[in-house]
Design a protein around this ligand. Structure first.
Ligand SMILES: *Cc1c(COP(=O)(O)O)cnc(C)c1O
Length: 411
């Protein structure tokens, strides 16, 4: 693509172009970090003001019933279910992704009592790995976490495997697993699968039912645009609901929370996955983000994401050649999520120089530049402009300046 005008033509033909205006993006910023913190939907501040002022301020405690607060985990879960191919009554919004990994792994291990291994990808997101290792220790029954390279996953499943725990789209490289094939491999070994959809929900097509996935977690603040610290979601396939026991028994997972009974009796099905009081403000914000995601047909989102990625990679290959950027994301569209990543020894200072110029991506250790491609808000012309800024930063060598060498607390 030799001219910016061609990127502009793609924008004019983009069926998702209208959605950008539904988000409050600051002027002068090209936002390539929606995979880490989704942008603010325009409707969110007014909705939160209503929940705070009317529902909380005026309704007070009556709003648990009158404003439907107590139903929000299931109601928002029902909407997320539509994004991930999950049937009714199988998804709940609760807690954080990390905590839901713990809850689901604990429930899955209890369903495979004779087996002692959790298998995961060596390059999985740290919190998933830490939680799994911590749970294995806590159980004190000889459970262990095996971390293997992605290509060795199928061969490492066997009679000792209780759970295969994987993140669908890799947070560093953007590589996407074949969910159906790996789930089949795990089932053939008699194991259950827990999928982490943190970088998938709202970004790529997911069909948990078709893949016969057993359990899944996902994140509310990334492609679902629920805001910083938005609550996460959890999924359990209906055929596992009978006898499901979560390792945290909280009062809201009780069959009758307001009976205040002395002993725990789990609610039926996924409802037992609630622990404590729902974060109402976070749920209200997440609801707005999820409804926006549902407005965009997933095949259209996927196609635009692919085109954005192709354009980005093509332009970087042409404009930034000779600067040592190494593409980490698989080139085959079926093998990548909605981000593009490059390795470069100067990743941190380069990203700081980009951010200083209004191009916001992020960096992942040790040396990875990450650019999130959010089809709901990103324009093809933005990709063009972002690569032009990247080229300027690399050509000029400005990223070597001392001001870009320090690392902030959050990268
Ligand atoms: C973002 C992300 C998380 C985040 O977990 P929190 O509990 O919300 O901090 C977990 N797992 C993966 C794979 C992620 O990408």
């Amino acid at each position: 693509m030799p001219h910016r005008a061609e990127a502009e033509a793609l924008d004019r033909a983009d069926p998702l172009a209208g959605l950008r205006d539904r988000f409050a993006l600051p002027p002068g910023v090209i936002y390539l970090d929606g995979n880490s913190l989704g942008p603010l939907p325009r409707a969110t501040p007014a909705r939160l003001a209503e929940v705070i002022g009317r529902e909380w301020g005026e309704g007070l405690i009556r709003s648990w019933n009158d404003a439907g607060w107590m139903d929000l985990p299931a109601r928002v879960g029902e909407r997320i279910a539509k994004l991930i191919g999950a049937p009714q009554d199988s998804v709940l919004v609760a807690d954080s992704t990390s905590l839901n990994v713990f809850k689901l792994l604990g429930a899955a291990l209890a369903l495979r009592p004779g087996r002692r291994e959790i298998v995961t990808e060596a390059d999985n997101f740290p919190t998933d790995v830490y939680v799994a290792a911590g749970l294995a220790d806590l159980l004190g029954q000889g459970h262990r976490l095996r971390r293997v390279a992605a290509e060795d996953l199928p061969a490492s499943l066997g009679p000792q495997t209780a759970v295969l725990m994987l993140t669908h789209v890799n947070y560093r490289t953007g590589a996407m697993h074949d969910m159906a094939a790996l789930t089949r491999a795990a089932h053939a070994a008699g194991a259950l699968v827990v999928w982490d959809l943190a970088h998938s929900a709202g970004a790529v097509p997911v069909d948990l039912t078709a893949a016969e996935a057993d359990m899944a977690v996902g994140c509310g603040y990334k492609f679902l645009n629920g805001g910083p610290g938005a609550p996460a979601f959890l999924y359990v396939a209906p055929h596992l609901h009978d006898g499901l026991r979560f390792p945290i028994q909280g009062w809201l997972g009780h069959a009758e929370p307001f009976a205040f009974a002395p002993d725990f009796r789990p609610a039926a099905g996924i409802a037992a996955g609630l622990v404590g009081t729902p974060p109402v403000l976070g749920l209200a914000a997440l609801q707005i983000g999820v409804e926006l995601a549902l407005e965009a047909p997933m095949p259209t989102v996927r196609e635009k994401s692919r085109q954005l990625g192709d354009l980005f990679a093509t332009l970087v290959a042409r404009e930034c050649a000779g600067h040592g950027l190494r593409l980490l994301t698989p080139e085959a569209p079926a093998r990548r999520g909605s981000q593009i990543s490059y390795a470069h020894p100067g990743a941190y200072p380069i990203m700081r120089a980009l951010i200083a110029r209004g191009v916001i991506g992020d960096v992942r250790a040790p040396d990875i530049l990450r650019f999130g491609l959010t089809p709901l808000t990103l324009r093809f012309a933005d990709v063009w402009d972002a690569v032009a800024v990247l080229r300027e930063v690399l050509d000029s060598g400005v990223w070597h300046a001392p001001e870009f060498q320090t690392r902030p607390k959050v990268t």
